[in-house]
Every structure is written in C-alpha cells, then in structure tokens.
Ligand binder design. Structure first.
Ligand code: PNW
Length: 456
C-alpha cells in the first residue's frame, strides 16, 4: 500500500465506559450507562461496565501495550461523571488527576492523545432533571463540561472530538430504545439530534474563543456512517441510496459544513425536525476542524414505493426508514462479522470519496473501523485471522481512495482492547488485544502484531 504518507496518523481507539470500570471509585458520579446496565434485562447476560477491563487501575500496563504497538495516536474518551459527578457544578479533582496521569504518560511515550468528550455516558442527574438530550439545558451543561476539560487538559491535548456518533445517541437511545434512555419515538431522535448539534457548536465556540489560539489544537465531531449502495442502477434506487446517506451522515454533517439539515430531511420529516435560527446556523457552519468518521459496514438500498410490504431494517441500523422511504438489504454473499455486520471494503472507499465530494476536500480521520470476531487464548497466543483480513481489506480500500483523491489523514482501529460492547455486553470482541474478563489478563492478538508491522 503506497498512498499512506509519512505523516499519516495511525492509532487505536477506546471509550471510557467500555474499558475503565471503577464505576464508583474516587468520587465518580452515576451515568445513564451505569444505571441502564445495572438494571436487569437491558444488556445481554445482564452484564455491565462496573469493572470492564479495569483500565482505571491498569492504564499503565495498557499504555505500555500502546507503546509497543507503535501507534502515533490514541483516542479515548473522558467520563463526564468522573469530572463532574452530577454533570455540572463542582469539579471532582480525582477525576482530573486520573486523566492527567493518562495524558502525561502517553506524551512521555510519544503518543498523541485524541480526546473524545462525549462517548455516550451522560450524567444520570441530567437525565433525571431534564431528560438528557431532549432538554435544551444540555447545551450549556455540555459546554461547561467541555470548558472544564479544555482548561484542565488543553495545555497538552491538541486533538478534541466533541461528540461520538450523535446518530447512534439519537436513533438507538431516543428512537429504538436499544441504548439508554431507551425511548421509542419517531420524533425524539430529531429533537435529541438538534440539541447534540447545538451542544457541539457551543463547545467549539468556547474552544475557539478561549483556548484555540494559545493551545493551538484542533476540534471536531465524529459521525458514523455505513455505505449505502443502490441495489441496481434504476434512478429511483440511486436516489434512495443518496437519500439514505443524507439521513445518516448528512443529518449531522450538513449542519456542520453548510449550516442546515439536508433538504431531503427538511421536506420529509416536517414538523418533527426542529429548525435552526440564523444565529445557530452561523455558529454551526464551519464548526469542525476535521471530518471524524466511524465506519463499519455497508447495506444495499432500494426505494420504498409502498407497493409491496417487505421486511424492513435487517439490522435495525437504518434510522427511521419510513421517513426515508428506503428498504435496506444485505447481500447474503457478503462475509459477516459476529455482530452480523457485512464486510465490504469497497463501501469504505466509496464513502470516503462521497464525503470529499459533498463537503469539499476536508481532512478526514477514520476515528473507528474494526470488526467483532471471537478469539481465545491458547498457549499464550490469540489468533484472529478474520480481523487481520478485515483490516487488510479496509486499509487497502483506504489506500485506493487516497489514490483517487480522498483526503484521508488518519486511521484509528476500533478497538485497542476487547471491551464492553454496550447492549451486547462482553459477547462481542472488537479488540486487537484480548482481555480475559475473569483474570483481566491482556494478550495481544495476531491482529495486534499485524497492525504493528503494518504501520511501522
Ligand atoms: C460504535 N449502528 O457504535 C461505537 O462508537 C463504539 O463504542 C462501539 O463499540 C463500536 O461502534 C462497535 O459497535 C456503533 O447501529 C453502534 O450502526 C451501532 C451502530 C454503529 C456504531
């Protein structure tokens, strides 16, 4: 592979709730994921992140593994409730101390921290007070949390991601009730999404006004998107695929680059889609210094003309498909991961090119890409050939996309460690490092060594 230049940013990613554990240690408050996963019936096998990988106590060992891996960058998230146990108000110094130790150790090892402020672990207090992302007050509370983090860590952290995957927060949390706060609705996702965008914009404004000049860092948002391929070249199916991308990625990227939602959404969602004031549009437009992208899979799209009743949403990841009039399919010929997600490297290539066509030659960073495959440890070794194949395939697709003009500047494999896979608990394994959840012993997998050699 020839197009990844010398300055290409190679990294791996994690998130706080999925690895840290120590859920009530040193003054940490309760997040919606603490409450949700500790309520029986919500997570597979009633598992929770109370201990997870115990990264809170094992971060030194983990950073050594990162160092041996040779990555330039490590993306992790800050647990809001470690810093502000009630989501606002008084700062918990022990939470600040924990992330200071991580940041300092990373820098000592020559690894650049990429910090996500919100990876889904909303303070329970804010959920109770005004229904979390449904309340407008979240904008100022998130901005305050962000400000505290810039102030505490911004002298050393130069790469900030405000939100991880607002689409997942809105759809899975406020539409399909798969994630907390477990609401089922066809309008709440749009209201939550609206506040997510405005909170992002507010945090960015604070960073730019108070910190960016002195600290010299970058700030952006990370969105997730699958590729949507038309089932055939009929114009209605091509348009349906385009529309599906607008409802997925355009929902959150158009406001950030153009100052408003895609026209297809405004037309179709009607009153359920809130509108931005002129001032909000101005604030949103240009509010990301880079294009953070999490990409996992691809689906086929067919226009829904309502003439036949068909099975919708094979994996439930189409958003609100009745608003889009799309029917999603998978191709049975595509290989699948243990999550059931199709492995389609060319979808990644097409998506990168689509982004640079729609939004201009923005700097794209893939802040997550990876797959779930099982791997046991035998004689101290862990083999995960499926993951090595996956990474090879997707990196080849990235390389091709760059060759065709895509402005891809970095890649973070998801994930560094096997971890708590949200509503699926520990049943799915995304890590390039195996974690034995009984003993908490870490064993690098074959994919870890493969990636180490690849990025050398
Ligand atoms: C992302 N979908 O979640 C998250 O950022 C990670 O925390 C997570 O572990 C990883 O991907 C694997 O799931 C997603 O339904 C969850 O399209 C669901 C979807 C996409 C991403």
């Amino acid at each position: 592979m020839k197009n990844f230049g010398k300055y290409f940013v190679w990294g791996v990613a994690t998130s706080a709730y999925q690895i840290e554990g120590a859920h009530d240690k040193d003054g940490k408050g309760v997040s919606i994921w603490d409450s949700f996963s500790n309520t029986p019936g919500n997570v597979m096998n009633d598992e929770n992140g109370n201990i997870a990988c115990d990264h809170y106590h094992k971060f030194e060992e983990d950073i050594n593994l990162l160092s041996e891996l040779g990555v330039k960058a490590y993306r992790f998230s800050i647990a809001w409730t470690r810093i502000l146990p009630y989501g606002k108000g008084e700062i918990n110094q022990k939470g600040i101390d924990f992330y200071n130790r991580i940041i300092d150790l990373l820098l000592e090892k020559g690894i650049t921290p990429w910090v996500t402020l919100y990876h889904w672990d909303l303070p329970q207090n804010l959920q109770d007070e005004y229904e979390g992302w449904l309340g407008r007050q979240i904008i100022k509370d998130f901005a305050y949390f962000a400000d505290v983090c810039f102030q505490a860590f911004g002298d050393r952290v130069r790469h900030w991601i405000t939100l991880n995957e607002p689409w997942v927060v809105a759809i899975l949390g406020y539409g399909q009730a798969v994630f907390p706060p477990a609401i089922t609705s066809n309008s709440a996702p749009y209201l939550a999404g609206h506040h997510l965008l405005l909170a992002h914009a507010e945090a960015v404004e604070i960073y730019r006004k108070k910190y960016q000049k002195d600290q010299g860092g970058l700030i952006g948002i990370t969105n997730n998107c699958d590729w949507r391929e038309p089932v055939d070249q009929k114009s209605e199916n091509k348009e349906a695929a385009e529309r599906a991308l607008e409802f997925f990625l355009g929902w959150f990227a158009d406001p950030v680059y153009f100052g408003n939602y895609p026209a297809s959404m405004i037309d179709r969602v009607g009153d359920r889609l809130p509108s931005f004031t002129e001032e909000e549009k101005t604030k949103l437009k240009g509010s990301s210094d880079f294009f953070g992208l999490n990409h996992y899979t691809t689906m086929m799209v067919e226009n829904d003309d309502h003439t036949i009743i068909r099975e919708q949403n094979v994996y439930g990841n189409g958003g609100i498909s009745e608003d889009q009039d799309v029917i999603l399919h998978t191709d049975p010929a595509w290989d699948k991961t243990t999550m059931g997600w199709s492995i389609v490297p060319w979808g990644c290539r097409k998506l990168l090119l689509w982004i640079n066509q729609r939004y201009g030659l923005v700097d794209i960073y893939i802040t997550e890409n990876g797959c779930s495959f099982d791997a046991e440890v035998e004689d101290g070794q862990s083999h995960d050939p499926g993951r090595v194949e996956f990474l090879k395939g997707y990196l080849e697709a990235c390389d091709e996309a760059i060759g065709e003009g895509a402005n891809l500047k970095g890649y973070f494999a998801w994930s560094f460690l096997d971890n708590f896979e949200w509503a699926l608990g520990y049943s799915k394994r995304f890590g390039i490092v195996h974690v034995d959840y009984d003993t908490l012993v870490r064993t690098p997998k074959e994919s870890y060594y493969w990636y180490r050699d690849f990025i050398k």
